[in-house]
Design a protein around this ligand. Structure first.
Ligand code: TEU
Ligand code: CA
Length: 544
């Protein structure tokens, strides 16, 4: 299901500001629906816009039932749903059900001594050695309660106690409330972390994650939520933190009645040294290939479904990370797009990716906003690490790289807003912007548009069996096959020219070129060259 669809992710704060306060909003999305229609996407996933102190930009919810004034009103939301629907676009909401903001009324009642609401969260008299994913201890002491509460993320994001049936009922109420407003589906934030252990113990081997990742009751809680809210057949995607293939299959095979698909992040750790986000290592093409091959083939065998993506609001920009954002900007952005979109799964485009937006060039810590980045900065400062060294890491790894405002035009503030935005616009906006690319048939934007159209036209891209091909160490190539068609996708992941003529052999055998990121064909594969070939299946054995 959903394999003919493509999703566009909107980080609402940075997409389009309609009322000139420097912050993106719902009406800003409405203004750009025609643009999204031109691109050809089917769903828009909007990051959280519920009432929130915005410490983690909406992933810290204070009231699940109301829209934060910063982003608009319920009326704006109804209009968005209706206008999007007219264009054949469905709205996907982001459900953050693992934790609430500490400003949520439940937490406030809890710290004021209300026992019912204390049992909505997780308290211990003695903390364990677990680490928060945003740095420091995962426990915070509250004097009035005389105990520590668990927060796997920032200390303003308190983990909910899903073992408490009342909490599970509250979560169902929230999902049903938004479902009844006519949304097309949901993304579930870190949903594989909701089941915590009964006994909390120190982790002698790590930061504690092995005790709460894919916890004992997680599948039963999810099955209960899905069943009681009636969302088994609508579009749902689970964000899975540090999980395994076997678990990912359980969350997304149809038989389990959990989610329609999942996000996993193993391929986005390929440039982490020692599995640590803050330690930089250049990525190995073969390592990336092995990860993708392992996941794609396993998921296919078990009839599960994965999301296809290199970008989101938590990640640096892929063209800067895996491509080349200087000399081969357009070629490498298109190559990464082709590689991703023709895999087996459901492609996601993160705002700005379709025009090749790059990492930022922030020079000062005051340019940054992201809570994780600021926590990291403070922690490193305390350790005595030099300012420039910390900034050098942030320039590559900060989540703000993916959060600078959308670059619409070469006008001030990239036409994202009429006033100075909440986060600085990338300086390259006069060159990299939507208006430039809409008018250029060879732009990155039009390459994405063609990829989406191709997925819709070729059932083989939706359902064909995937098989990775062994070629050169700098290439990742794969083949998709169904009864009628074979499609071959060849991607040079490097700046090197590769002496291979395999593509010419296929062309000589009658392959058509469905898509390429160069204007002609050469005997070699040029820097970041990407080719999509279609073979007639009448001769399948001659392909390899
Ligand atoms: O992200 C979960 C998650 O695992 C990421 O925080 C990831 O570990 C981190 O970004 C890598 O540096 C989700 C949301 O996507 C993220 O924006 C939220 O901050 C987080 O949950 C907490 O709700
Ligand atoms: Ca605004």
């Amino acid at each position: 299901m959903f394999k003919d669809k493509v999703v566009y992710q909107i980080y609402i704060k940075s997409f389009n500001d309609s009322n000139s306060d420097g912050i993106g909003d719902l009406n800003g999305i409405i203004e750009k629906l025609d643009y999204l229609k031109t691109l050809g996407i089917d769903y828009i996933w909007i990051t959280p816009f519920f009432v929130s102190p915005l410490k983690d930009n909406g992933y810290d919810i204070k009231d699940y039932y109301q829209i934060d004034k910063t982003f608009g009103t319920m009326g704006d939301f109804y209009r968005l749903i209706a206008l999007a629907k007219e264009k054949g676009i469905g709205i996907i909401l982001d459900m953050v059900l693992n934790h609430t903001s500490t400003e949520h009324i439940w937490f406030q009642k809890a710290i004021n001594g209300d026992k019912k609401y204390q049992n909505y969260y997780i308290w211990r008299e003695k903390p364990t050695n677990w680490q928060s994913k945003f740095g420091g201890s995962a426990w915070e002491y509250v004097k009035s309660v005389g105990a520590y509460y668990l927060h796997l993320f920032d200390k303003t994001q308190a983990d909910l106690n899903w073992e408490n049936p009342e909490v599970r009922e509250e979560m169902k109420k929230i999902v049903s409330f938004w479902k009844n407003k006519g949304v097309a589906g949901f993304r579930f934030d870190v949903i594989n972390l909701i089941s915590k252990p009964v006994v909390f113990e120190n982790d002698q081997q790590g930061d504690g994650r092995r005790f709460y990742t894919d916890g004992k009751n997680v599948h039963s809680y999810i099955q209960e939520l899905v069943r009681d809210t009636g969302i088994a057949d609508i579009f749902t995607v689970a964000e899975l933190s540090s999980t395994s293939i076997d678990e990912s299959i359980k969350y997304s095979t149809y038989q389990n009645r959990e989610f329609s698909m999942f996000f996993n992040f193993h391929h986005l750790k390929v440039d982490y040294k020692n599995n640590n986000k803050w330690e930089i290592e250049s990525f190995s093409v073969q390592k990336l290939k092995n990860i993708m091959q392992t996941w794609q083939t396993n998921i296919q065998q078990h009839n599960a479904h994965m999301s296809l993506f290199f970008n989101n609001h938590d990640q640096p920009r892929s063209v800067s990370r895996f491509g080349n954002d200087t000399n081969y900007h357009a070629q490498s952005a298109k190559m990464l797009a082709t590689f991703t979109h023709l895999l087996n799964g459901i492609p996601y485009i993160y705002q700005g990716e379709e025009i090749g937006m790059t990492n930022n060039d922030y020079q000062h810590i005051s340019d940054y906003n992201d809570v994780e980045s600021l926590n990291y900065y403070n922690e490193m400062q305390e350790k005595g690490v030099a300012n420039n060294d910390i900034l050098a890491v942030l320039s590559q790894r900060s989540r703000d790289n993916g959060r600078s405002p959308m670059q619409w035009d070469n006008k001030p503030f990239a036409a994202f807003s009429k006033v100075k935005p909440w986060l600085a616009v990338n300086k390259n906006y006069p060159k990299i912007n939507v208006v430039n690319q809409l008018t250029d048939e060879n732009s990155i934007f039009h390459h994405y548009r063609k990829l989406i159209a191709l997925r819709k036209k070729e059932p083989c891209i939706q359902h064909g069996v995937i098989e990775f091909l062994d070629t050169n160490e700098n290439i990742i190539a794969y083949k998709r096959t169904d009864q009628n068609t074979t499609i071959i996708v060849i991607n040079n992941f490097t700046v090197n020219t590769i002496n291979t003529s395999e593509h010419n052999q296929w062309i000589a055998k009658g392959a058509n070129i469905l898509l390429s990121n160069y204007t002609d064909i050469a005997t070699v594969l040029r820097p970041y060259e990407s080719l999509v070939l279609k073979l007639p299946n009448s001769n399948p054995l001659s392909i390899q």
